[in-house]
Structures are given as structure tokens and as C-alpha cells.
Design a protein around this ligand. Structure first.
Ligand SMILES: [Mg+2]
Length: 394
């Protein structure tokens, strides 16, 4: 029997912030309003209109999250996952229960976080593109990509308490012999291997070290890197080749031929896209992105599938602290959770945008126990990211 329609909570409005600017990686936040006065916090993609979302959701019951996911949100992939976060927040506030409790309960009280350092300087798209242009013009390695700069950054981050760090080594360099071909020159190979060796030496044997190659290289040269760093005990080497659009077997070949653990998965949405990867045993660890790969529903399905193959998850994550808190709740419930990415150490707003300031302490985030996400926004701090006169919500 269906309850009388008037007994359902209803979504009455949805508002989003404009892009919080390039300095804040163009994050856009989302609020879902209901007729019971409960407001859910989520995240949006700044380049997308919310009018179609409003047409979809206004008047609907926000508390049946599965129904809204399978009716609508899955088709919006990562954008839908950011909306799903707000639905969990609403449901938790209605039931006076933290999000992790709605997902069956937490397995841990704090979430291990690893710091994505990029290089001797943190990554921004703008800096990265500029450094490639300048390197091609000058023929000189940018100072932030010197081995010594990586080592300084590693020491600084480990001193903050992180137990795991990640660096990129497919970076602007003067030794690349062709702009388009994915070969690694012998000089570049030496720089990559030497830098990883120096990082391992700098952080010692007990801090975890991962390296991301973003699928920048061809199979033969990527495999050479994997084999030449086997003695350096990486936690993982990420995306040696860009295999996603048509060749899982190529990644499986790398995986079979090296002892370096291979991690991948930040591009795909939804559990179905991860099936072949696992069936072919083409990786050793998975890094679904939150929210690009899914919210609680899809990430938990991916994790359950991965667990059948004895794989741990280290979710990829680059968005605001609201999605970060949703990730903390999700990760708290996964038996095969390894570590959550933190890619925003260089974005001050990440640490100030919530009522809980500096949520990362000594490389961990506490799992909130308040209703829903268990956090609120510091709207004053967030509004300061916008030009004067631009409204925060519309
Ligand atoms: Mg990556």
C-alpha cells in the first residue's frame, strides 16, 4: 500500500553556487530544499545548468535514494553522484542518523588520507600547461620537477603526519623527443627512476609511496618503468597506460609482467565499467573517483565487486570538502578501504569551508557522527571566494 501523497517529504527547490573560481578548482556546491525544512548539502559541476535537475526532482520524495538514483541520477554519472550526497544528508537529518549509519554502520572511526603532491609544487591545470609551454620553449627542466624539489615536498608532507604520499612523474620535461608519441626517452626514463629512488630514500621504508603516470606512455616504456622500480616497494603505480577505451588486456599484460602493484579506475562511472578490469585481473588496486565514479550507491557496488577479487580501494578525489565528507562516510563502511586521496593541500578554502576547520589531522579525517553528513558549510568563508556582489546561491 502506498501512503497518502501528503505524507511524503517533498523536494521544493534546488540551488547551486557559481564556480568558486580557478583557485578553487571551479567547485560548485548544491543545496536541496524540502517541505519539512530539512536542507541537504551536495556538490555540482559548475559548467552544467540545474534546470533539467529541478524538473526531474522538484516534487519528488528525497528519502527514497535508490529510486531517485535508478530513475534519474545514474544517467547523470558524476553530477548525479554529487546530488546523491545531498539526498543522504537529508535522509540522515530526517532520521537523526549519520550517513555511515544509513549505509550499515562504520568499520572505523577515522579515515586514512594520502596526500597527492604532484611534484615540488602542487598541481593546477593552469600551471601545468604553462610549464609545458615554457619547457618546450626553453629546453630547461622547470625547477619544480627537479628531483630535489620532489624530495623537499615529500619531507614537508610526511612531517605533517601523512603515512602515504603520491607524486606525478609524467610531467613537463625537455627530454621528450616527440610531442605526440608516447615513448619515454632514455634521459626521461632515468629522471623518473632516479626521482622515485630519491623519494623512497627521503621518506624511508615505512611511508607508503605511489606514483601516477596518468596513462601518458606506451606499453613498452611504461612497463620498463614498472620493472625498474620494483625494488622501491611502491604502494602502487597508477595508470601506466591509457587503456580505458578499448584494451583491458594491455593493462593485464603490464600487471602480469611486473611486481609493482598497478592501480587504475579514476575515469569510469559505475560498477559495470569496472567488471572487465577485475575479470581480467588487470590491476592490483582500484581508485574509483568520488563523485565521478559514483556516490555511495555505485562506490559501494564497486567495492563489493573488488572484494570478490581481493582488491583494496583507494578512492580518487579532487573536489570540495562536502564531497570529501561524503567520501569519509562511504569509506568508513568499506571493508576493503585502503586510503582516500587529498589533492587540495594547496587550496586553503578546502580546509576552511566547513564548520569543522582543518579536517585532516596527522593524515587522518575523523568520521562525523552528527546527522547526515555531520557537517555544515561556513558560508562566509565560501562567499569570500566570489567577486563582491555575486550571490552565493541561485
Ligand atoms: Mg590518477
Amino acid at each position: 500500500m502506498f501512503a497518502n501523497e501528503s505524507e511524503y517529504m517533498k523536494i521544493t527547490d534546488i540551488k547551486v553556487t557559481p564556480s568558486l573560481g580557478a583557485a578553487n578548482r571551479h567547485w560548485s556546491l548544491l543545496k536541496i530544499f524540502t517541505d519539512e525544512g530539512i536542507v541537504g548539502l551536495g556538490e555540482w559541476f559548475a559548467d552544467a545548468s540545474i534546470e533539467p535537475l529541478k524538473r526531474m526532482l522538484i516534487g519528488q520524495d528525497p528519502t527514497n535514494i535508490n529510486r531517485l538514483h535508478y530513475d534519474h541520477l545514474w544517467q547523470m554519472q558524476g553530477r548525479g553522484a554529487g546530488v546523491e550526497i545531498a539526498l543522504w544528508d537529508i535522509r540522515g537529518k530526517q532520521l537523526n542518523a549519520p550517513m555511515h549509519e544509513l549505509l550499515g554502520g562504520k568499520l572505523r572511526d577515522r579515515i586514512r588520507v594520502y596526500c597527492d603532491c604532484h611534484s615540488g609544487a602542487h598541481w593546477t591545470r593552469e600551471d601545468y600547461e604553462r610549464r609545458w609551454r615554457e619547457t618546450r620553449a626553453s629546453g630547461q627542466l622547470d625547477p619544480v620537477y627537479e628531483t630535489s624539489a620532489y624530495v623537499s615536498m615529500a619531507k614537508e608532507v610526511v612531517a605533517e603526519g601523512y603515512t602515504a604520499v603520491k607524486f606525478d612523474l609524467d610531467v613537463p620535461n625537455p627530454w621528450k623527443l616527440d610531442t605526440y608519441d608516447r615513448s619515454i626517452s632514455r634521459r626521461q626514463h632515468q629522471h623518473i627512476v632516479t626521482t622515485i629512488e630519491s623519494l623512497r630514500h627521503a621518506i624511508g621504508p615505512y611511508t607508503d609511496l605511489s606514483i601516477d603516470l596518468h596513462g601518458s606512455f606506451n606499453l613498452a616504456d611504461a612497463l620498463r618503468i614498472c620493472k625498474d622500480v620494483e625494488h622501491l616497494d611502491l604502494l602502487w603505480l597508477e595508470d601506466p597506460i591509457r587503456w580505458e577505451w578499448g584494451n583491458v588486456a594491455a593493462l593485464a599484460k603490464i600487471c602480469r609482467q611486473t611486481e609493482t602493484p598497478i592501480c587504475t579506475g579514476e575515469i569510469f562511472y559505475g560498477a559495470k565499467m569496472f567488471r572487465e578490469l577485475m575479470e581480467q585481473q588487470a590491476c592490483d588496486l582500484l581508485e574509483p573517483d568520488i563523485p565521478r565514479s559514483g556516490g555511495a550507491i555505485e562506490i559501494r557496488r564497486i567495492a563489493e565487486l573488488a572484494e570478490m577479487y581481493h582488491l583494496s580501494l583507494a578512492p580518487h578525489y579532487m573536489r570540495s570538502a562536502i564531497t570529501g565528507m561524503a567520501a569519509v562516510h562511504i569509506c568508513a563502511t568499506l571493508p576493503n578501504f585502503l586510503a582516500l586521496e587529498h589533492h587540495s593541500r594547496n587550496i586553503p578554502l578546502w580546509s576552511t569551508m566547513l564548520d569543522i576547520k582543518n579536517p585532516i589531522q596527522q593524515g587522518y579525517m575523523a568520521v562525523p557522527d552528527g546527522p547526515g553528513l555531520g557537517v555544515d558549510l561556513d558560508e562566509e568563508a565560501i562567499a569570500a571566494a566570489l567577486p563582491a556582489g555575486v550571490p552565493l546561491w541561485s
